[in-house]
Design a protein around this ligand. Structure first.
Ligand SMILES: [Zn+2]
Ligand SMILES: [Zn+2]
Length: 339
């Protein structure tokens, strides 16, 4: 079968590889659609220790079951399924607590096992969800990043926050923005350094947009909120700078959600945290419940993918991946490959 193979640092090639077979508890999927994730692009560029070659990347995918291994129940050949990209062990204390997304023994497609940049991929049945027939393959492949937005917004304790600021208009930021709108945010402000991306956020419900290259974001947010700051800020970038701004732009008693993973060390004002009782909530990965919510959002027409998601054949995947990694285009944000 054809796969986009990642043989060594900085190399990526379309190659014929042996077809996989299902071990006990697994199924073989015919991959219908697979998204190229920003974390994979970033990992490729910086030689991330979490994503080492040789491997096949791709963790945002959906497909049709070709065959099932021993012991698989509830799924059979022909079923259309979505995938939770984090595979938990089911045995550790976190899994027993119900926090399967926090499992320390987890495996992720494209890290410890081959991912979905291929015509076929093996997947543990425990990570599968049945897809309704109304869902398109592109929607099915984007369940996981949409569920990331659902997970982030579900951390919040506030109902109907008046002002929500979303830092980052990449895939996760655009989904978080739309989920915040559905879940009751009254006014949405989008922040990004690319004007073309900010234009997209306007079409998805942002009532104001801020480019930190042109404006002091924290001062502008304070100005729009009578000097108080936003009720909620969501950092879908994870750079030291956006983390700092996400804390400075939130009001006293407000909530900050961090889900970007760009930088590790970040300097935050301890005084702002303590004197203002601001809360920082980390948000990682997704639960099966978040994925079911994502399915419901898609099937009920609550999420817009136009004009920022674009599809390509697998054969063009290497070229598209390298372009997104080194020189992102202006005319779309998310690429989905159709093997
Ligand atoms: Zn991803
Ligand atoms: Zn576990």
């Amino acid at each position: 079968m054809k796969a986009i193979y990642y043989p060594a640092w900085d190399q990526l090639e379309l190659r014929d590889v042996p077809e996989p077979s299902a071990k006990p508890g697994e199924v073989v999927l015919r991959v219908n659609a697979v998204g190229i994730c920003g974390s994979e692009l970033h990992g490729f560029v910086v030689h991330a220790a979490r994503r080492t070659p040789p491997s096949i990347l791709g963790h945002e995918f959906c497909g049709e079951i070709l065959s099932v291994g021993d012991g698989v129940t509830g799924f059979r050949p022909g079923d259309r399924v979505g995938v939770n990209s984090v595979i938990s062990c089911g045995k550790c204390a976190d899994c027993h607590d119900g926090n399967v997304h926090l499992c320390r023994e987890n495996e992720v497609f494209g890290m410890k096992r081959p991912g979905g940049f291929a015509e076929q991929c093996t997947v543990p049945a425990a990570t599968l969800l049945h897809l309704p027939s109304a869902l398109t393959p592109v929607q099915g492949s984007l369940l996981e990043p949409l569920a990331n937005g659902v997970h982030a917004v579900s951390m919040l304790q506030q109902r109907f926050p008046e002002t929500v600021v979303v830092f980052g208009a990449g895939t996760i930021g655009l989904f978080a923005l739309q989920v915040a709108a559905v879940s009751g945010a009254i006014r949405l402000i989008a922040v990004d350094t690319h004007d073309a991306r900010l234009e997209v956020t306007r079409r998805l419900g942002a009532s104001a947009v801020l480019n930190p290259k042109k404006a002091d974001v924290v001062a502008m947010v304070r100005g729009m909120t009578g000097g108080r700051g936003a009720d909620v800020t969501i950092d879908a970038v994870g750079a030291a700078e956006t983390r700092r701004a996400s804390v400075s732009a939130v009001r006293r008693g407000g909530e900050v959600v961090w889900l970007g993973l760009h930088d590790d060390p970040s300097q935050i004002s301890g005084f702002q945290m303590v004197l203002g009782e601001r809360k920082i909530l980390g948000s990682f990965a997704v639960t099966h419940r978040d994925l079911r919510t994502a399915i419901a959002l898609f099937t009920n027409g609550k999420i817009t993918l136009d004009p920022w998601v674009k599809t390509f054949p697998l054969a063009q995947g290497v070229e598209v991946f390298l372009q997104l990694a080194h020189n992102p285009p202006d005319d779309y944000i998310k690429a989905v490959l159709l093997p």
